[in-house]
Ligand binder design. Structure first.
Ligand code: UDP
Length: 237
């Protein structure tokens, strides 16, 4: 089923399959931060992140959010619709942390009255710079209609994700998603939703259960990723 390697990213590999317009995503055990300046890995990460993405994408589908997910394969892979990834990293924030907190000199943890949606240009060589809507249009990456659709989907995804995590005692601080265009032009949620690209804080203890444990050398990285998966498994079918 797995054929030529089409692309290798920091945490995933994409293979061609024998089905037209369907590709296979393999989740790797590697872990990177700060534009891959910091590298690590742990045994079982690929499996955890494949399972977390799959559970969440299937849950989002139930709420009418289109995703590229088709089916899981083995322990670390999934079949997905082939899409052309829109090179915009869409970040949604409910609580201020990370780069935006730093940029405005605000302490991490400020609760936002309204979710904040931000665009970053997906380009490792440029270190994914912040991008305004007009800059996205100027770059010819998207048209106005796409921007409106991406923001609308991002906010809907945020509402669903907040509920999914609230049920398992986790506060969804922020997350990054990517959208792709299917061959028919439909914009769908693509890439992944995992502790690699979300900030997840335990409601009771405020402990971080995400990649910040690796970025900030807090230890218990694997245990935290496993905790997120186990809680999800106990709540989402
Ligand atoms: N994020 C990501 N990939 C990136 C940049 C950010 O997945 O290349 C996620 C990050 O894990 C966090 C959210 O997007 O959940 C917001 O990240 P932020 O802009 O605060 O950047 P950071 O603090 O990670 O530099």
């Amino acid at each position: 089923m797995k054929k030529t390697l089409l692309y290798e990213g920091k945490a995933k590999k994409i293979y061609e399959t024998d089905q037209p317009h369907v590709v296979l995503v393999e989740y790797k055990n590697s872990l990177t931060a700060f534009n891959a300046l910091k590298k690590g890995e742990f045994e079982g990460k690929g499996q955890i992140n494949r399972d977390v993405t799959s559970l969440i994408f299937r849950e989002l589908t139930k709420s009418g959010i289109p995703t590229h997910w088709i089916q899981d394969v083995g322990l670390t892979e999934m079949l997905v619709h082939q899409v052309s990834i829109i090179p915009i990293e869409v970040v949604v924030r409910n609580i201020l942390a990370g780069s935006t907190a730093k940029k405005f000199g605000i302490n991490e943890g400020k609760v936002l009255h309204k979710p904040l949606v931000e665009f970053y240009y997906k380009n490792d060589n440029l270190q994914d710079p912040f991008m305004s809507d007009d800059q996205a249009l100027m770059m010819g990456i998207v048209i106005e209609k796409d921007i409106a659709e991406m923001k609308d989907l991002a906010l809907k995804i945020n509402e669903q994700l907040k509920m999914i995590f609230e049920k398992i005692g986790i506060r969804l601080v922020d997350f990054k998603i990517e959208f792709g265009k299917k061959l028919n032009g439909q914009i769908v949620l693509a890439d992944e939703i995992t502790p690699d690209c979300c900030r997840l804080w335990d409601v009771k203890t405020n402990e971080k259960l995400d990649k910040d444990r690796f970025r900030r050398d807090l230890g218990y990285v694997k245990e935290s990723y496993e905790e997120v998966l186990q809680r999800l498994k106990g709540s989402v079918q």
